[in-house]
Design a protein around this ligand. Structure first.
Ligand SMILES: *Cc1c(COP(=O)(O)O)cnc(C)c1O
Length: 392
């Protein structure tokens, strides 16, 4: 099959829920992706933050191959060596979060966290933030803010409200004795790459404690080294009651997890479950991924490379840039115009970047990106960002 045939087939048979690119990708290696003709692209999307370890990491490939030849599936009622090992490793990451629920995606981990918060507190209400993105199934969608995701799907789940992010006063007003939980991203990803302030996160923890509400931190995009720490919440010295993660947890294999603190009660058999959750194949991949993140110090790499990238981006002198912000290798470039044209121009220069909303270019490269590749990215951005985009 050539590229045109592949594109034609997908366009004919797809559900239609994706805006399709006209670029066929067939292979990846490190921070590079390759099209059907063997042309190389620099991946600054990592599949929205999945490929932190880079593509085709040999240790992930080996772990998957070995486990596929051993045991792929096993319901969590039956204990398993790979799952036990993962449970031990993942609960060692955040002191105070000593239990874990395993599932298969980000949105599922958010659903589980909401169910745990309600069953634990006996309260119904969830407070989320404006600009938040937590997923697309009904509970997670109810916490997601942007009406582009919500419209046409009402009625959503009752009990959800949204307050301004990084605004302590707004949270003071919104959280009361009927609040089961507050859910926040530590850096809002989809919403435009907005990091929380330390003061805010610490105040949120205090307000939740005072009013008996739980704190859920959504680290689905910020987790596993992305921001320069294993989890972004470590920047602030705060422990949440529930921490959701997914994306790069299993080195690219679909998997989600909720880390669970001591305040969570009433998790008894039958309260929640998942057919594929905690399957040995995903667990083996996650075990390998967590080892690689530690061995290669990917968090340290994200910190150093993120600083290098951010410094270079600050030097780009373009009247079209409104602001450059970020933490580790999670970087947003806010432009004064819509960014669709910039992202297209970058693709012509063999850089695959993401948007976050209409006016932010989002860079989430694999943490194994090389300094030469960062220079290549900066060079392309320097050329592209000085050209003013006319809004269509
Ligand atoms: C991607 C993302 C989700 C949803 O994850 P899926 O695996 O796509 O369901 C939820 N929250 C955040 C912060 C995300 O970045």
């Amino acid at each position: 099959m050539n590229s045109n045939e592949i594109i034609e087939i997908e366009n004919k048979y797809t559900s239609g829920t994706y805006a399709k690119q006209s670029l066929v990708i067939v292979r990846g290696q490190g921070a590079s992706l390759f099209d059907a003709d063997g042309k190389e692209y620099l991946d600054c999307s990592s599949g929205h933050g999945v490929a932190n370890l880079g593509h085709a990491h040999p240790k992930i490939a080996e772990a998957i191959y070995k486990q596929a030849n051993t045991l792929i599936t096993l319901f969590e009622s039956f204990p398993n060596d790979q799952r036990a090992m993962l449970m031990k490793k993942i609960t060692a990451l955040v002191p105070g979060l000593d239990r874990v629920f395993l599932c298969n995606s980000g949105t599922e981990s958010v659903e589980a966290a909401f169910k745990f918060a309600r069953i634990s507190t006996g309260r119904k209400n969830i407070v989320a933030a404006m600009r938040a993105f937590h997923g697309r199934t009904y509970g997670a969608l109810s916490a997601t803010f942007n009406k582009k995701y919500r419209e046409g799907f009402e009625p959503l789940v009752p009990g959800f409200s949204h307050v301004a992010y990084n605004n302590i006063e707004a949270l003071e007003k919104a959280v009361n004795e009927e609040t089961a939980a507050v859910i926040l991203e530590v850096v809002q990803g989809e919403g435009g790459v907005y990091p929380a302030t330390a003061e805010y996160i610490q105040a949120v923890r205090k307000i939740c404690d005072e009013r008996g509400a739980l704190l859920i931190v959504d680290e689905i995009q910020t987790g596993f080294g992305r921001t320069g720490k294993f989890f972004a919440i470590e920047h602030f010295g705060v422990t949440p009651d529930l921490l959701t993660c997914a994306k790069s947890l299993a080195g690219g294999v679909p998997m989600g997890a909720v880390l669970i603190g001591k305040n969570i009660k009433n998790l008894v058999p039958g309260v929640h479950g998942s057919t594929f959750g905690g399957n040995p194949l995903s667990c083996a991949a996650a075990n390998a991924a967590l080892d690689v993140i530690k061995e290669e110090d990917l968090a340290g790499q994200a910190e150093a490379k993120g600083k290098y990238l951010l410094d270079k981006l600050m030097e780009i002198n373009s009247p079209n840039i409104r602001e450059v912000r970020g933490i580790g290798l999670m970087v947003g470039i806010e432009m004064k115009q819509k960014v669709a044209g910039y992202i297209k121009s970058l693709q012509e220069k063999k850089i695959i970047a993401l948007n976050a909303g209409m006016t932010v270019i989002r860079l989430l490269p694999p943490l194994v990106i090389t300094y030469e590749q960062i220079d290549q990215l900066v060079e392309a951005l320097t050329e592209v960002l000085v050209v003013e985009q006319k809004d269509e």
